[in-house]
Write a protein that binds this ligand. Sequence first.
Ligand SMILES: Nc1nc2c(ncn2[C@@H]2O[C@H](COP(=O)(O)O[C@H]3[C@@H](O)[C@H](n4cnc5c(=O)[nH]c(N)nc54)O[C@@H]3COP(=O)(O)O)[C@@H](O)[C@H]2O)c(=O)[nH]1
Length: 557
Amino acid sequence: MAKLIVNFVSSERQRFAAYMAGLAAFLLVCAGAAFAVLHIVESRMKDESQQATAPFVSLETAIVKAFGQLNAAASGRFCGPQFQAEMRRVALLPDGLNEFMAIDGNNKIICSVSRGRLDRPVALGKPDLAFTPKGAPIDVWVDRSLDIAGFWDFTASIARRGQFAVVFWPPSDDVLTERNWLESELVLVGAGRHWHRKGVEGIYRENLVSPNVDLWSTAPVLRTIDCYEGGVVCVASTASLTVLFTDNWYYVPGILFVALLAAIGASAQTRSSLARRWSFEARFLRTLGPDTVRCVYQPIMDLKTGQIGACEVLARWRDVDGSTVFPDAFIPIVEKNAMTLEFTRMVVERAYRELSEAVPKGVPLVVTFNIFPSDLNDPRLPTVFRVFDGSEDRFILVAELVESEEIDVRCMQARVDHLRAAGIRVLIDDFGTGYSNIKNLVDLSVDGVKLDRAFAMAPDGTVAARMLDLAIEMVQAAGRAIVVEGIETEERLEQLRQKSPAIEYVQGFFISRPLEISAFVAFLEKSRGNLARFHGHVSLRHEPARQMVQAMAANVA
Ligand SMILES: Nc1nc2c(ncn2[C@@H]2O[C@H](COP(=O)(O)O[C@H]3[C@@H](O)[C@H](n4cnc5c(=O)[nH]c(N)nc54)O[C@@H]3COP(=O)(O)O)[C@@H](O)[C@H]2O)c(=O)[nH]1
């Protein structure tokens, strides 16, 4: 499942899925059209078969009627003169059935309308087939020479019900419609054999043993056998799809056009719904929660001792494919969806879980969190940090605030006081950029200032690099603790060390990149171990953190 989900995350995969959906729609429409054509052809074949058997049905009706008339008329002794006269009367009726016979129980013809009583009864043998139209069954002898009854050179079929038999010929109407793409054969079917009556001889036999639909041969065909009259009259048909296609090719562009439209529609629809569901923002909002919010910890070093006494908690988000996403991608979404306070709470709570489990007890650590400017106005902001209540001896919390044009200094001061009253220290973040200015710094009673990393990262000799000294001077004059971030080189660290004790704390990739909790704790312990070795006795180990806290506490008005 996870693998499937990952498939839709990248836009390349989404495009591929959209192509596949388009292709599927195209094939589906083509298959649907082919299926419809086959269905239409099949029902046309059935209609034509039904039409072809209609004369046989009429013949059967006439035979049944004749038997009824014979039975009604016959009153004389079997094959006696009166009996024959009665048969003759029925034979004169204008229904095309003129030759009747009388048959005994052993299938022997005893007399007929034309010949009268035969000199010797003629045995017909076993009937070829039988059917039961209404009432009693009718036996049929197919294609018998009538020599046996004294009609030389006549071949016809004989139907018998009870003591009467009637001679009949197949209907003379041309019952099978001829079409380019269709060949048919009409047969009479008996037990184990059949008799060709109309159409193309051999089709029935071939269709009996061949598949109904044969699409994959060089000449694809559709075969049917439709039987009527209790299975006695059957029409076998074979439709040549090649001929059908050649005769009706002009439908093909229409079908392809519709299939193409369906493909374009399905592809666009798939693309947009995948993008809607699997766009970064949709994924983020759908899965944002305590399990997907991650924390990393960037060490902050005491410049004087080189020890790590603090860290900045930075948020990360785990995407559905397990990859790590940086804040620049999701912070705007959090802000846009007014989830800032909820998000900060998730970060703080996760950081608390990880830090309280992994950081050794008895070593106070300053932990700084980034606060959204919009949350400064929210009176619930201090409640976000409640999870840390009771662990003041282990963690000193610092909120990093970015000044914003929407908040005036008086309002901001009230919020700062609110936080500090809840035991949370306050740093102005990114000082020197945006809306932060020296006047605000003087007016606001914050614990410290974090100089924007643009100062420390500026190449030597540039205006920004020279402004670093100026910024340090200003903050120092305001009596605030200074953190310089963006230290990326040893030279820059050395330069800043020259400015100690004006600068107390430094942060940057040269010291360490943001670390996972286990790596951070290892880094922390290593830095403290180094310091212990440097100073020669362990009691100094907690000193820098304490100094930082004290420095901050001293600034709390
Ligand atoms: N409201 C919240 N904002 C948050 C939270 N977590 C992070 N953020 C803000 O996102 C921005 C980007 O953060 P990130 O990608 O984590 O980058 C931080 C550091 O990795 C980076 N940094 C630190 N040292 C250096 C360096 O030497 N070079 C360099 N190129 N970059 C460095 O700076 C980012 C921390 O900046 P800051 O907060 O100003 O100290 C960033 O604005 C975060 O604030 C959150 O939970 N809530």
